[in-house]
Design a protein around this ligand. Structure first.
Ligand code: ZN
Length: 290
């Protein structure tokens, strides 16, 4: 099952790539579910049970052509947002760190930086704006002291994300300023939709990457995560309670601009295309301010 945020309303997505159709969940369910996302995730198990009973003809009859311009982040109002650094060995190395043996660094990206999959992002003046293609997990059930073996059943779905990062403000000061350096307007694009874990042959082994104006800069596989999704979510839940709709950026593979020799950052006019196997693609175009 795929669920999109279309102008703030939850919608099923179906059909082949590039010809997707959508059906409004509140309309199809006669108001039982949605349109609000907080309500969708709060009643995730009931939604999945009901969705399995909806006939393809019913969905088709109420469907319309999906307009990508209307797509927003698949969980637009999470109670908590987590992001993880140095969760791929090769990225830890290019960043000048040993691969973490304990839980990698955890920080947040503020919700005001969330957008849908296609957007124009303003480069902050004097900043070095970098790219980080990431698998994003959306939680479907409240979790506390979870066992890794139980995690996939409690994940609502996966989506593609970019953890866009301004390195000057992230790294200046007595200690790094991760949350703010990664939360400028438009710095957390996600989408194009949520895909439930059962849609993947192996949700723990997905290819992901990104290109700048067509040049490949990152390409990796989530099987190389030091803390794969089950262990990462279970470990977070030893400290915090995770709530339905919570968003977790799982870390980026090697190939970021700050790890290059010489370093390279995004420039006005460049386009960043990010993709994850079985999910879809994002496109960000960068402009200067004023
Ligand atoms: Zn990141």
């Amino acid at each position: 099952m795929r669920i999109a945020n279309l102008n703030g309303r939850s919608a099923f997505v179906f059909g082949e790539a590039g010809k997707e159709r959508a059906a409004d969940i509140a309309a199809v369910s006669d108001g039982r579910f949605g349109p609000d996302f907080a309500q969708i995730y709060e009643h995730w198990d009931s939604l999945c049970e009901w969705a399995a009973t909806v006939l393809p003809e019913t969905l088709q009859a109420q469907s319309f052509i999906l307009n990508r311009d209307q797509l927003g982040a698949p969980s637009p109002t999470p109670r908590q947002v987590f992001a993880v650094g140095l969760n791929y060995r090769a990225h830890a190395e290019e960043s000048g760190f040993a691969a973490p043996e304990q839980l990698p660094p955890v920080f947040t990206k503020y919700v005001s930086s969330f957008t849908g999959p296609d957007s124009t992002v303003t480069l902050p003046e004097g900043g070095n704006v970098d790219w980080e293609a990431e698998l994003v997990v959306i939680i479907g059930r409240e979790l506390r002291h979870a066992d890794p073996a139980d995690v996939w059943a409690s994940v609502a779905g996966l989506t593609a994300g970019q953890d866009i990062s301004e390195r000057v403000s992230q790294l200046r000061g007595p200690v790094p300023q991760f949350g703010l350096g990664k939360s400028f307007a438009g710095f957390s694009p996600q989408g194009p939709w949520l895909v439930t874990p059962d849609e993947f042959t192996d949700p723990d082994d997905l290819e992901l990457g990104c290109t700048i104006d067509g040049e490949e800069v990152q390409k990796g596989r989530t099987r190389d995560l030091i803390f794969p999704v089950p262990l990462l979510v279970a470990t977070l839940s030893q400290t915090v309670t995770l709530y339905p709709g919570d968003v977790i950026f799982t870390g980026t593979p090697a190939g970021v601009g700050a790890g290059r020799e010489p370093q390279r950052f995004l420039r006005a006019g460049e386009s960043l295309d990010t993709w994850i196997e079985g999910i879809g693609a994002l496109r960000q175009t960068f402009v200067t301010g004023q």
